[in-house]
Design a protein around this ligand. Structure first.
Ligand code: C5P
Length: 294
């Protein structure tokens, strides 16, 4: 039995600098790992085959990224390829927080060890990229500046910040946002890898706000208290705070607004989930596996 974390991420900024011939977009983004996430338990002694259960049973489908990640390792196994996996879900799905990608990365690292595959971290990053552009950073295990489609990673050591994260009740299709004709695709390439929040932006935000009113509402509400920005293609939005207290104050204001919705005039916040988390440089997954610092 091995129980491991799968942290969430934020895109502190996300600039789209071009498009590849295959239609994928070239990005420059700052991935901030969070001390908040899902948890996976791997049991290789629960009988033959590969099985997934989940705290949200609707997510335990055959095409879940966890099972797809496990199957990518099958050509490399040197022991019987069996495992029962339980996923405890905390990161909202379809929220731009990298939940599914992080679950896949944790599965790759866990089963690489349990099945004695012997693949290096760079090899696992390349395998992970087949599942999605956000998977490599979670395999890599460090807050990083990313270029390419998200696979050219450069570690960053960011100062400690606390984040308030709001997830409006809408499932955003990444493909829909990237295919939108009005998406900004020609941002200039930046030379600043980890520059401060101001002066940067998320190029997907305008299109996501146009298509999903709850994202607009969440950004407007959060923007009253701090600089607010969307992560990934949405739906989640976040604000960066100097300390935990400031972040918790904003969170309790949200909870008060939600309990008095008709009075507060913020009906659009109904169903918005929220949490506070510390930004971390090193992935708790790498720490749990005792991997050397990179
Ligand atoms: O990486 P992920 O599987 O989440 O991407 C979903 C879709 O979003 C891709 O199939 C592609 O259409 C689009 N995409 C893109 N450029 C990226 C990442 C995703 O065009 N860098």
């Amino acid at each position: 039995m091995l129980t491991l974390p799968a942290p969430a991420k934020l895109n502190l900024f996300l600039h789209i600098t071009g498009r590849r011939a295959d239609g994928y977009h070239l990005l420059e983004t700052l991935f901030q790992l969070l001390e908040y996430g899902d948890e996976l338990t791997f049991n290789t002694e629960a009988g033959p085959g590969l099985r997934l259960t989940c705290s949200d049973p609707l997510l335990a489908t055959d095409d879940n990224l966890v099972l797809r990640a496990a199957r990518l390792l099958l050509p490399h196994v040197t022991v019987p390829a069996q495992c029962s996996i339980h996923l405890t879900k905390r990161i909202p799905a379809g929220g731009g927080l990298g939940g599914g990608s992080s679950d896949a990365a944790t599965t790759l690292l866990a089963l690489n060890r349990l099945w004695h595959c012997g693949l290096s971290l760079p090899a696992l990053e390349r395998l992970g990229l087949q599942l999605g552009a956000d998977v490599p950073v979670f395999v890599h295990g460090h807050t990083a500046f990313a270029a390419g489609v998200g696979e050219e990673l450069e570690n960053q050591a960011l100062p400690e910040r606390w984040y308030v994260v709001l997830t409006p009740p809408c499932f955003v299709s990444t493909r829909e946002i990237f295919c939108h004709p009005e998406l900004t695709r020609n941002s200039p390439s930046t030379t600043m890898r980890a520059f401060p929040f101001s002066g940067s932006r998320n190029d997907c935000q305008a299109v996501s706000c146009q298509l999903y009113q709850p994202i607009r509402v969440a950004l407007e509400w959060l923007g009253q208290y701090a600089d607010a920005r969307m992560t990934g293609t949405g739906s989640s939005v976040f604000a960066s705070c100097a300390d935990k207290e400031q972040a918790m104050t904003i969170l309790s204001r949200l909870q008060s607004a939600q309990t008095s919705l008709p009075l507060s005039g913020h009906q659009g916040l109904a169903g918005c989930q929220a949490f506070v988390a510390k930004g971390i440089n090193r992935s708790p997954l790498h720490r749990a596996l005792g991997l050397p610092e990179r």
